[in-house]
Design a protein. Structure first.
Length: 155
């Protein structure tokens, strides 16, 4: 009987502590959005490599109503992902710096040439740092060679 009471007390304490973990969905929104940016950027590079010699592949991120829309296009190919904004902001900059300070807000488009190399929103062959800012800040780097990864664009 004593064991049952102790188990009930322990489970109750864990339940009370665990509720706080699920009350803030903004951190999940930040993680989901940064992961989708990486996924769509990698898809764009794969499309560019798969359609070598055709026109460039474009990867764009735009805010539409209360959603972020990520689109990969090349000729007649188009892939679209939508995620709710949920208090998350995106900034970006052509940069090799590691800080998510400054940068431009708003819609942006990067391109991948037939070799999968990145052309930044400003038309440069430089890394692009994308910062997803919500309950936490997550950095996504699109390297000059076109590879997308979580983290900074240190060179």
């Amino acid at each position: 009987m004593v064991e049952l009471v102790l188990v009930l007390l322990l489970v109750s304490a864990l339940a009370v502590l665990g509720v706080g973990l699920f009350s803030n969905t903004s951190s999940y929104a930040t993680l989901a959005l940064s992961d989708q940016i990486i996924s769509q950027a990698r898809l764009a590079q794969q499309v560019a490599l798969g359609r070598h010699g055709s026109s460039s592949t474009q990867f764009s991120v735009s805010g539409v109503d209360d959603q972020y829309v990520m689109t990969v296009t090349n000729g007649d190919y188009k892939a679209v992902r939508r995620l709710p904004q949920e208090g998350v902001q995106i900034t970006w900059k052509d940069s090799s710096t590691s800080a998510c300070v400054g940068g431009s807000t708003g819609d942006f488009t990067v391109q991948f040439d037939g070799a999968g190399n990145l052309i930044s929103p400003n038309g440069l062959r430089r890394p692009t740092l994308i910062c997803v800012i919500g309950a936490q800040t997550r950095s996504v780097c699109l390297s000059a060679l076109g590879f997308a990864h979580e983290g900074t664009c240190d060179q």
